[in-house]
Design a binder for this molecule. Structure first.
Ligand code: SF4
Length: 497
């Protein structure tokens, strides 16, 4: 990871946070254990389905077509949602979205909001905004409930409490419940269930995200494994949906493809446990459901990606989290090191694009560019290409005329290009480098360096240059073979048989 130098301790930077995470052996073991399990289960589920590459291509085609025609499908979705009785609000940014939600909450004089897991609501920081106005917000997804008690943010898109031990969860629940619950999983789950049931019944408002909005019907589709979204959307009198503007699908036939891709990629399930399709508020003949349904559609930088050939495909994302599970950087440092709502490869692309500020400009460097994220992505988003493009744009910004500052990276790469462009120079440089590295190399590795190179060896051992250049070795071996053949020939001539 670029910029993770030895001794970086500032936890306001990705470098400092990464160091803190690398020093946390439990976090690393927990993240590796869970992501390994998710990867294995995904492999089993995709093999069981068969023709996975064709499913991926179908998913890519649906999402690309939808995003390319987002204005049309969004208009259709909104018209049908309104026709079904939903109130639709548009929000240009996080500020407007949280103001729209707060307005509804205040109009209903609500004091308790039950929430189901939603990354987009994390994006607009709705919990803190509501709490500032005296409204209690309770997360009802088990993982989100755990991290809410811990006053933390999710560290994985699908498994928010991936970094927590059972012991830590027991401590949080014991503190919340006022009695020692032990570490038995069933007892811990039973405690959470009883607490959350009280919330479902008492909440004035239920708030959810939206996995998909179906344009042909104006329906909101929610995927959960715990059924909490059904409770949150059915029991309170008012249901607020916060939805990223790109989450639209044209038809239910398209949803069928996503219903195969998403659970398999996310958790290795053949099918999601609960899929709720909500079309408008409760009708006269229905016995459950909210009397009001509000859908807040959030832009927050998404429309800026439309028409951008390099980045439009990032809007194809269906938030499955599969790219996190395979990313060597995420698997080492976990989600909090990224410092953004969306971690992992998708976060390293999405966050700088959506928020545009310098605060997250370093995130695209948090990648080895191995391409595993692309291979894992069910809708084939070329995240590795986007990471390179973001790095290129950052370099171009730095190099803008008027900046007198010398860009050290640019100078270094220009020097590299000059020295390595001609074979003669390349040989000379590598011969000199062999001499320079001699005092530092041990058993084929360089364990410590100095000056600007220190970042390379601060958290890893760099392979040393081989003692003998490949070309020299190859020539010597060729010569050895030639001599051996000549000797064989002479031996055959002098053989009396
Ligand atoms: S980029 Fe692809 S793999 Fe990553 S969360 Fe989005 S859909 Fe899933």
């Amino acid at each position: 990871m670029t910029g993770v130098g030895a001794g970086a301790k500032d936890t306001t930077t990705i470098s400092g946070r990464s160091h803190a995470a690398l020093a946390d052996d439990f976090l690393r073991a927990a993240v590796r254990f869970t992501t390994d399990r998710l990867k294995d289960r995904k492999r089993g589920a995709t093999e069981e389905l068969g023709r996975w590459e064709e499913w991926r291509e179908r998913g890519r085609a649906i999402r690309s077509h939808t995003v390319a025609n987002l204005d049309h499908y969004l208009r259709q979705f909104v018209a049908n949602a309104r026709a079904a009785g939903a109130a639709v609000h548009f929000a240009a940014d996080a500020q407007e979205a949280s103001a729209a939600v707060l307005g509804i909450v205040q109009e209903k004089q609500a004091t308790l909001v039950a929430k189901s897991k939603s990354m987009v609501s994390e994006e607009i920081h709705i919990n803190s905004r509501l709490e500032e106005h005296g409204v209690r917000v309770v997360e009802t997804d088990l993982g989100e409930y755990i991290i809410q008690l811990a006053h933390e943010t999710p560290s994985h898109i699908i498994i928010p409490a991936i970094h927590k031990t059972r012991e830590q969860i027991k401590d949080l629940f014991t503190h919340d419940g006022g009695q020692d619950l032990g570490t038995d999983t069933k007892a811990l789950v039973a405690f959470a269930r009883s607490k959350l049931r009280e919330t479902f019944l008492a909440a004035d408002i239920g708030m959810t995200g939206c996995n998909f909005g179906i344009a042909e019907s104006g329906s909101v589709v929610l995927f959960t494994n715990e059924g909490n979204a059904d409770m949150v959307s059915a029991l309170p009198k008012t249901h607020i949906v916060v939805m990223g503007m790109e989450r639209v699908l044209p038809t239910f036939a398209d949803l069928e493809v996503m219903a195969n891709l998403l659970p398999r990629s996310a958790t290795g399930q053949k099918v999601i446990t609960y899929m709720s399709v909500i079309t408008g508020p409760r009708r006269a003949r229905e016995v459950s459901g909210p009397t009001e349904l509000h859908i807040v559609i959030l832009d927050n930088g998404r429309s800026s990606q439309l028409g951008d050939a390099e980045f439009q495909d990032v809007l194809n994302c269906i938030r499955c989290g599969a790219c996190l599970n395979v990313c060597p950087v995420y698997r080492h440092v976990g989600g909090h090191a990224y410092g953004s709502v969306y971690p992992g490869p998708i976060g390293a692309v999405l966050t700088p694009l959506l928020l545009q500020g310098e605060e997250f400009a370093d995130l695209p460097n948090a990648s080895s560019l191995c391409g595993a994220c692309y291979e894992a992505c069910p809708v084939k988003i070329p995240l590795h290409d986007m990471l390179v493009a973001l790095r290129r744009r950052a370099a171009q910004r730095k190099a803008k005329p008027g900046g007198v500052r010398v860009d050290r990276e640019r100078v270094a790469w220009s020097g590299y290009a000059t020295l390595f462009a001609k074979p003669g120079r390349y040989r000379l440089v590598t011969r000199v480098a062999r001499i320079v590295q001699a005092p530092l190399a041990r058993d084929g590795y360089i364990e410590s360096t100095f000056g600007p190179l220190v970042g390379w060896t601060g958290s890893r051992h760099a392979p040393a240059l081989a003692p003998e250049p490949f070309r020299d070795r190859f020539s010597r071996m060729k010569q050895d073979v030639k001599v051996a053949r000549q000797n064989d020939g002479k031996a055959a001539e002098s053989d009396p048989r």
